[in-house]
Design a protein around this ligand. Sequence first.
Ligand code: RP5
Length: 166
Amino acid sequence: MSDQTATEARPIAIIMGSQSDWDTMRHAAETLEALGIGHDCLIVSAHRTPDRMFAFAKGARAAGYKAIIAGAGGAAHLPGMVAALTSLPVFGVPVESKALSGLDSLYSIVQMPAGIPVGTLAIGKAGATNAGLLAAAVLAITDTALAERLDAWRDARTAAVTERPV
Ligand code: RP5
């Protein structure tokens, strides 16, 4: 397999500020897996490993990624910092924090000044899952087979809704 083929097989990067974010961010990974979308999962901390963050973000497009899902909690500057360093789409997932239940994470990620966008999802598992779906939707613009899988995924959720509670 050539390098080109290898990078095309992993179009989404899921990054997170800490190992402790994985319990949330794994839902983004599981969603991509369910849709057959290759991805890398990396720990990239804006404040503990700033050099790693810089290298990742500056090299992300050349590495073949098409979009980045970035999760962080507390003073969650990772998505915004990465968005400042690459023009790839960045989807931010606020991880639920202990002290402020993720409101701090949400405000840190969503309140980007005009000019550097971060598409911000809901706090926690729902946000991570939806980040995976949103990244899939971006890829599906130019991938009809993926668009069909995405529609099938959604149809299955619709079919699972019973008319009455059980
Ligand atoms: C952030 O600080 C991480 O994204 C994580 O959500 C939070 C706490 O990190 P740990 O102290 O658990 O490593 O950088």
